[in-house]
Design a binder for this molecule. Structure first.
Ligand SMILES: [Cu+2]
Length: 486
């Protein structure tokens, strides 16, 4: 029987929306995974699915076949749901293998299901004995089963902070990482909140324990399809898989109708680069991927690489502290804006959410100092010299001007002005091929962002930047590539 017959169809990726909390309910759970489902047992089926990738539309079919961990309570998606738990909690798993070859569920240093035969269901329990950032994945026929999509993030929070100290993400932080978290919200360098502090008195409210998962992956539609279409008694050679994924000869894929013949075929290399299963616009604008916080609201970003390519993530607006690499809490948490991640690796970033450093302050970059004063802007009537922060001139700017119509001759056509608020900064991968999809443009690749929605460190109190009104849904301005309705 061809396994392809029972595949499920993924139309809209959830992109980090699918979070599960297992075990005891600790304080940190309250908001860290908003919308998360709280369960006592994980119910997984190992199955397959077809997914619309970022360039998919009626002119350019771009779908990809995956093997996935499908949790009973969620729609199918690659990666599997993010699982949050607390150190010491017992996690129960019920896993059924619906595919034609053995599969497994493996968390390094924590749990190994061993091979689960086709059609078999296993019931097991294990203890989440270490706090940290882990990949769960299928470690059989490595790396084929993992790269085909059988992976997800497993996050273990510590049960308590060290006595007399703030929470960190770890049971035994180094003194340096502990000091960093103790300094958040208590020093002039880091005014605002600590990591574990929320604030319900502001709108929108600020969650405690702000944390984000960036699970990186690469997808090859033709290679994954070929693996899926093998007869049920055969297993894809893992050496061939790696060689083809990394070294298949160059192919220019394009659906540009000025080129004949149109080459919309894929080779065995990856053509799609995803964060939590999303690319481009859809990851950059996903509130579960790109942090939206005010200055003074630090967040942790946990980054994992489930694929076979290395990535080098460059974040803007803030330098970040690398607080753990591959589970090792750092004794010298370096302050950087770009960091490499190799296959199966993880790192944790602390994003302090200080004032963006391009803002000129009396002492230089990033400090909560009095901002410098700029001259009057001759292009703005009535402009007078004013402090450069908060950036009122920028966030009150609309491009093009308010009242600009999509069709200038039709006063009823949509107003296409966009407010420059909140302040959005990009995160992109310096491994350049991952910036595109299908040989396409930059905005379809492995990107995310960081958004400044206000400032809680100003002498005059907390301000929240206006949210740009969405007056014109995309269907008024013509079809967008990808994710269109069928
Ligand atoms: Cu860069």
């Amino acid at each position: 029987m061809e396994k392809i017959s029972r595949r499920e169809f993924i139309k809209y990726g959830a992109g980090g929306l699918t979070a599960l909390v297992v075990g005891s309910q600790m304080d940190w759970l309250e908001n860290t995974a908003e919308g998360a489902v709280h369960v006592q047992t994980l119910n997984f089926h190992i199955t397959d699915a077809i997914k619309d990738m970022v360039t998919h539309n009626s002119l350019n079919p771009a779908q990809c076949y995956f093997w996935i961990y499908k949790e009973d309570r969620f729609p199918p998606e690659c990666p599997g749901p993010t699982i949050f738990t607390t150190q010491g909690d017992v996690v129960r798993v019920v896993i059924t293998n619906d595919l034609d070859e053995p599969h497994s569920f493996f968390i390094p240093g924590i749990f190994n299901s061993g091979p689960i035969a086709p059609g078999q269901t296993i019931k097991k329990r294990f203890v989440a004995k270490k706090a940290g950032t882990f990949l769960y994945y299928d470690n059989l026929n490595a790396p084929v089963n993992r790269v085909m999509g059988l992976h997800g993030a497993f996050i273990v929070m510590p049960r308590a902070p060290r006595p007399g100290h703030n929470f960190t993400p770890y049971e035994r932080p180094t003194p340096q990482v502990q000091m960093l978290f103790d300094d958040l919200g208590t020093t002039t360098h880091f005014p605002g909140l600590s990591w574990e502090q929320g604030d319900d008195s502001v709108t929108p409210h600020t969650a405690p324990f702000r944390q984000y998962i960036w699970l990186l992956h690469q997808a090859s539609p033709r290679l994954f399809r070929d693996v899926g279409e093998l007869p049920s008694n055969r297993i894809y050679d893992r050496r061939d898989f790696v060689l083809e994924f990394l070294n298949d000869s160059f192919i220019a894929t394009s659906n540009d109708n000025r080129v004949t013949p149109i080459n919309d075929q894929f080779n065995h290399k990856p053509h799609f680069f995803t964060i939590n299963g999303q690319s481009g616009y859809f990851s950059h604008h996903n509130p579960y991927i790109s942090p939206h916080q005010r200055v003074g609201e630090p967040v942790v970003i946990r980054v994992l690489n489930a694929g076979l390519w290395m990535h080098s993530l460059h974040i803007h607006a803030n330098h970040v502290y690398v607080i753990a690499i591959n589970g090792r809490v750092q004794s010298n948490p370096i302050w950087i804006d770009t960091f490499d991640l190799y296959p199966l690796g993880t790192f944790d970033w602390l994003v302090p959410f200080t004032r963006p450093p391009e803002v000129p302050n009396t002492r230089g970059i990033g400090f909560p100092d009095p901002p410098l004063t700029c001259l009057a802007n001759p292009q703005i009537q009535g402009s007078t010299p004013h402090p450069v922060w908060p950036p009122l001139e920028e966030i009150n700017l609309f491009i093009p001007a308010v009242g600009t119509r999509a069709n200038p001759a039709d006063p009823n056509s949509p107003d296409i002005s966009v407010q420059l608020s909140p302040l959005c900064f990009p995160m992109h991968d310096h491994n350049e091929p991952s910036q595109v999809a299908q040989g396409g443009n930059y905005n379809l690749g492995m990107i995310a962002g960081i958004n400044f929605t206000g400032d809680r460190t100003l002498p005059g109190g907390i301000i929240t930047f206006p949210k740009a009104p969405l007056e014109h849904p995309h269907n008024e301005t013509g079809p967008a590539a990808g994710h269109e309705d069928h």
